[in-house]
Structure formats: C-alpha cells, structure tokens
Write a protein that binds this ligand. Structure first.
Ligand code: ASP
Length: 308
C-alpha cells in the first residue's frame, strides 16, 4: 500500500494477537481506532511539513505510549515481581544506527529515551536504572510507579501466575507499539516500544530494544517494526533476516515477511510486523487473528484495522 500523490509513507502497529470482535465493546473498538488515528495524524502531519521519518515515527509512538490502551509506556504489563519494565528502540536508516533502552522503570516515554541514547551516547543500548538516570539527567520526564500501574494489568499478572505462563500481551487485548516511515528524502526509520510480556522474569530483555531482532532500518532497503514472541524474534534475528533476504537474495518484501512469519510459527511463536521498502510501499502482515494497525490508503487517507 502506498499513497499515490505523496512522497512519504507511514504505518503503525499496536500489537498483534488473538484479537476477535466479540472480545471488545463498540466503545473499546472506537477508542483503539481513535488513538491509532491520532498517532497517525501526528506522524503524517510531520512528514507533510517536511519532517524526518525518524521524527515522525518517534512522535507517533509517543501518542501510543501515553495511552493506557497499549502495552507500552502507560499501560505496560507486569513482570513476575510486580514491577513494570519497559523497552524501546529507534532505528535510523540513514545512519543504519540504533539507540535503545531496556528495563527502564520510570521514564514516561521510553521511545524518547531510546532517541536520546541514539543521539547523545556512544552506545546502542542502555539498561535499567542507569538508563533511567541517563535520561533523567537530560530532563526527560519521569513518572512514579502509580502512573504506569493499572489494575487490569495486575489482574493479568495474577492470571498468568496461576497458569504458570509467560504471556504475550496480545493473548489479551493490548500490545506493543511500533511505527515505520519513509520521508521525502527517502530516509527510512522505525521506532518500537513495549512493556514486554506478562509474568516475564525480571530483567528479561525484549526484541523491541534490539536492532535486527524486532526492529531494523536501512536506507535503500527497508524499515521494520515487529510485535510478537520476542524471545523467538531475538533467537532468529527476524528483522535482519527479512532485510537480508531482500538485500542479498532479491526476495520481494511481502515474500520475505511471509517467510519470517512462517518461521516464527514453526518455532511456536506468533506475531506480526509493519514494514516500508525503499519505494515507499507499506505492508502489515501477521500470523495471529488480528493486529492493531493504521496506514495510509492510495488517496493518502488514514485507515485503521484490528481484526483479520
Ligand atoms: N515483542 C514483545 C516482547 O517480546 C511483545 C509484543 O510484541 O507484544 O516483549
């Protein structure tokens, strides 16, 4: 999918999973769609004004992190010790460079922390309290525990503990968030943010913060943001695997995505991704029953979807 008369494109996801219409009230569906639309509006208006793809994906993800509906920033899921640990990354196709934070606990917008690491550190990824502190020193907003903690998420944790499982958020109703974009200069970028998986071991690192696993961008090739069973994404370097299929074997983007998603299923994982190639074509495939998503249609009009 690509808007006809635009020199940019952007597509978002809010997590993939066992999403079925009967699980939602009409009001809930409306709220999800409105929030996705708001995030798209922020991203597209930046791109329309000549802003960079990196700016656009970051600002779109901020909108989703600020909403308690999604598993990122506010509304993040709980680790087994009842703490909130959040991961995020940005990936810049122009520099083929990433910045990320993992297991931050107080940063209001982990994606802004990821950008700060990208722009102002010598490192790819900072973790834990040191990452929180690095961002705090730069004046990035912090919040106390009660901002992130929601009763709904606590109930999910107790259910997961009872069943003794580590649960993907999209087994429920909400998910990790991500965006990919191409701007008027042909620069590709992605940004992804997550609260991880319910009942995960404290300190576990997700694919969301790892370049080549759940996120990747390279100019002249592709920008990718994934969602799903993160440990399988990491073990199989999925985002880079998809990019490499295109780069070294000339496999078309939709087929490369299909292959990655098949492999994900073979390894007992599930999920989806959003991607844009160097020509500005966007795809948003998933191997689950649904994925929160938003894209621009051929006329440049914002569209949203949840179910298959
Ligand atoms: N990939 C995320 C993780 O493993 C979860 C998700 O996409 O919902 O933490």
């Amino acid at each position: 999918m690509k808007p006809k008369n635009k020199n940019y494109n952007i597509v978002l996801h809010g997590g993939a999973g066992a999403l079925a219409p009967h699980l939602y009230t009409p009001q809930e569906i409306k709220e999800y769609k409105e929030t996705l639309e708001e995030a798209m509006k922020v991203g597209t208006s930046l791109l329309e004004k000549g802003g960079s793809s990196l700016q656009a994906v970051i600002e779109s993800v901020v909108v989703l992190e600020n909403s308690p509906l999604f598993n990122a920033g506010r509304g993040s899921v709980f680790s087994s010790d009842e703490t909130i640990e959040m991961d995020a990354s940005v990936s810049c196709g122009e520099r083929v460079q990433t910045g990320g934070v993992t297991n931050v606990t107080r940063l209001k917008n982990p994606v802004l922390g990821a950008y700060h690491v990208f722009e102002n550190s010598n490192h790819a990824l900072l973790s834990g309290m040191a990452a929180d502190f690095f961002c705090k020193k730069a004046g990035l907003e912090h919040q106390n525990e009660s901002y992130f903690k929601t009763e709904k998420r606590l109930a999910q944790l107790y259910q997961a503990k009872e069943k003794n499982i580590v649960q993907l958020d999209h087994s429920d109703k909400m998910g990790t968030v991500g965006a990919v974009a191409i701007d008027g200069k042909g620069n590709l970028a992605s940004a992804t943010s997550t609260g991880g998986m319910t009942n995960r071991y404290p300190g576990r690192v997700s694919d969301t913060s790892i370049q080549g696993a759940g996120t990747y961008a390279e100019n002249g090739l592709i920008a990718i943001s994934g969602t799903g069973t993160g440990d399988v994404f990491i073990q199989n370097v999925f985002a880079y695997d998809m990019a490499a299929m295109m780069k070294y074997a000339d496999i078309p983007m939709p087929e490369a995505a299909q292959r990655v998603l098949e492999k994900l299923r073979d390894k007992n994982g599930s999920g989806g991704l959003v991607a844009i190639d160097k020509f500005g074509y966007a795809i948003f495939p998933f191997n689950t029953r649904g994925m929160f998503r938003a894209w621009l249609d051929e006329d440049g009009v914002i569209q949203t979807g949840i179910f298959e």
